[in-house]
Design a protein around this ligand. Structure first.
Ligand code: CP
Length: 326
């Protein structure tokens, strides 16, 4: 067990060894147990986390803020529009200055081609850990919560289990591809058979696919890419169909929406779930476009793990904060 993670940034899980990831999961399980028993775990008393949002949130904001309070510290919510960022404060200023006031800086900046660079720039200037609350490339805390949920349902040895990370149609907005990319990068660390299923216009980043292949080779798992929605479900233990934008095909959101409109039949329904294994679970990071991305029958049905998955955001985030911000 790698016990010393103090001072580390969490921008992508690829920058952590599997031993270090296992430490995060062990601590997350322990903190989840402590919360269930009502045991105090004020590991970050007097510490402050700044949470800088460039994009809206339900789960991320509430779970980070609740998590800091449960750890005995405080979280500050900062909407970028209420700062001087638009008047000249750069990532360097944010890292240098907020890093002197606070003990951690968490950032959500999902703009395509901008978010990850911005978070990296803040991290370079900051003396305290920088936590990626979602960028254009990665959503590491979502991926960690997803994996904690999978461990809870299937045990810690996931070798031979099949997870299908799939595109699904949504009409609400062109969602980032960061959640599926982070999940693929983590699932391939644990010897799973990982499927990426998407229409040809909805490719993920080639560099992420390369990293996933390398991970799978090292862990004894596999990584394959499919373009048939039904085939992705076939024989899967875990299905994770969610929408993302066609960013690698076009950076124009309207054009991306028009391309997506060809795939309105990529909706998870009971027939599709029946193609998966009997004990299969349905996962989604939420928010989902109900009855467009997934039917009510599935998301509210017996296979759905979405609320445990959302809860686990709290536990993995507390684990990473307790380990890195001490
Ligand atoms: N899954 C997720 O990140 O949810 P929010 O956008 O509500 O934070």
């Amino acid at each position: 067990m790698q016990s010393y993670l103090a001072g580390r940034d969490m921008i992508t899980t690829q920058e952590f060894t599997t031993d270090e990831l296992n430490t995060i999961f062990e601590v997350a399980f322990d903190l989840k147990r402590k919360r269930a028993l009502g045991e105090s775990h004020a590991l970050l008393r007097d510490k402050v986390l700044a949470m800088l949002f460039f994009f809206s949130s339900t789960r991320t904001r509430v779970s980070f803020e609740a998590g800091m309070a449960q750890l005995g510290g405080h979280a500050q919510f900062i909407d970028h529009r209420t700062t001087q960022i638009s008047h000249g404060d750069t990532g360097k200023e944010i890292g240098e200055i907020i890093g002197r006031y606070c003990d951690g800086i968490a950032i959500r900046q999902c703009d395509w081609g901008i978010g990850n660079d911005y978070i990296r720039g803040v991290a370079k200037a900051s003396r305290v850990p920088v936590l990626n609350m979602q960028c254009d490339y990665y959503h590491p805390f979502q991926g960690l919560a997803d994996m904690l949920t999978v461990f809870e349902r299937f045990g810690r040895d996931l070798r031979g289990k099949t997870i299908n990370v799939s595109y699904a149609y949504a009409s609400s907005y062109q969602k980032p591809m960061s959640a599926p990319q982070s999940l693929i990068l983590l699932a391939t660390r644990y010897g799973m058979n990982v499927r990426l299923t998407r229409p040809p216009e909805f490719k993920i980043m080639p560099d992420i696919e390369d990293q996933a292949r390398d991970n799978a080779r090292e862990s004894g798992g596999s990584f394959e890419v499919l373009d048939d929605f039904d085939a992705g479900f076939s024989g899967a233990d875990i299905v994770y169909p969610k929408s993302w934008g066609a960013m690698l095909t076009t950076t124009d959101e309207e054009e991306s929406a028009e391309i997506g409109a060809q795939y309105t039949d990529w909706i998870t329904d009971s027939r599709r779930m029946a193609l998966a294994n009997d004990h299969a679970i349905y996962m989604h990071c939420l928010p989902a476009d109900r009855n467009i991305e997934v039917t009510d029958e599935v998301i509210d049905g017996p296979h759905s793990a979405v609320y445990d998955e959302a809860e686990n955001r709290l536990h993995v985030q507390k684990a990473v904060m307790a380990l890195t911000m001490r």
